[in-house]
Design a binder for this molecule. Structure first.
Ligand SMILES: Nc1nc2c(ncn2[C@@H]2O[C@H](COP(=O)(O)OP(=O)(O)OP(=O)(O)O)[C@@H](O)[C@H]2O)c(=O)[nH]1
Length: 301
């Protein structure tokens, strides 16, 4: 999908759309980028989701640091939210997600039963399968651009997916996809706008491709990425670009990488745009290594 230029009117419309869709679902799956779990979340989601059960998917976990994935999982779980690592390219994590959804479904059904009992209604015991058939659990996927929402929908539904039309009484125009376990998923994800107040957030989103180079031009973006990698993953940077010693100055490091990769213009001038693009593309594709740019508070120095 094309990246969107967010402006206040657009944010308001999106918020209202998500809020309307949320009324139709029992559960929300929030997808975030495992390389930037802070920047790829918009805190507005807490307010929007309210008390509904929520599950966080740390997607692109194939590109992020495994230690950091573990640290983030336990950090986010502290708030009582379920968290799962996922790789939508291979489908790793999908089975765990389906298991987790089953568990949440049981909880939701139990809660509903308790409410009915408390109000004195005659509670007829039904197993999950029977309740599902009568009224399947409905969910939607939300997240900022480029975190893998559509990839997750495709993974969850696969080829066996079936579009189910509107059920009577439910807002017209919604399309529901039926998962292998009978649950229903809204076919269009809720796109949250990224929160760009902090310049670091803007940079991290740009490094990971969640916003086009709106914040900086490509040469500046590449230089900033090199600065971050020099600080957090110097060994991976040195190994990828054959640097025997990493210069202290990020610009000198960029120039060294340019020479190694032949990003040189006539007159032996450095092609800053080209070298920036090389490093940025290789980072995004995971070629420099598994990198997490943001750490949970506990493990920060
Ligand atoms: N390496 C890796 N790439 C992924 C993963 N999930 C998605 N991608 C890639 O990330 C890019 C964005 O994925 P989408 O599924 O289009 O993301 P989205 O959140 O729907 O994006 P928008 O439509 O912009 O909101 C695509 O190039 C995917 O192939 C993953 O787990 N690992």
């Amino acid at each position: 999908m094309d990246h969107i230029n967010w402006y206040p009117g657009h944010m308001k419309k999106t918020r209202e759309l998500i809020r309307d869709n949320l009324k139709l679902v029992d559960l929300v799956v929030e997808v975030i980028d495992a390389r930037i779990p802070v920047s790829s979340r918009n805190p507005i989601i807490d307010e929007l989701v309210g008390g509904k059960p929520r599950l966080i998917v740390l997607n692109k976990s194939d590109l992020s640091d495994e230690d950091a994935n573990r640290a983030w999982t336990s950090y986010l779980k502290k708030d009582g939210v379920d968290v799962l690592s996922m790789n939508c390219m291979t489908g790793a994590g999908v089975k765990s997600l389906l298991r987790e959804l089953d568990r949440i479904e049981k909880q939701i059904l139990r809660k509903k039963e308790e409410v009915r009992q408390a109000s004195g209604q005659d509670v007829r015991r039904e197993d999950n399968a029977a309740v599902r058939k009568r009224k399947p659990l409905r969910m939607m996927i939300v997240g900022v651009p480029n975190v893998g929402k559509s990839s997750l929908i495709n993974r969850l539904t696969g080829k066996k997916s079936a579009r189910t039309g509107d059920r009577p009484g439910v807002t017209k125009g919604k399309q529901w996809l039926t998962l292998s376990n009978g649950m229903q998923l809204l076919d269009t994800p809720g796109i949250l706008w990224p929160k760009l107040e902090d310049p670091m957030t803007g940079l991290d989103l740009a490094f990971c491709g969640s916003i086009r180079d709106e914040i900086l031009n490509i040469a500046d973006l590449g230089l900033e990425l090199i600065r971050r990698l020099m600080q957090d993953y110097p060994d991976l940077l040195a190994a990828r670009y054959g640097l025997e010693e990493i210069p202290e100055d990020p610009l000198a490091c960029m120039e060294e990488i340019a020479r190694k990769r032949g990003a040189i213009l006539p007159g032996k001038r450095i092609d800053y745009d080209r070298v920036a693009k090389i490093v940025t593309d290789e980072f995004r594709a995971g070629k420099i290594g598994r990198i997490t740019l943001e750490r949970p508070p506990e493990v920060q120095a």
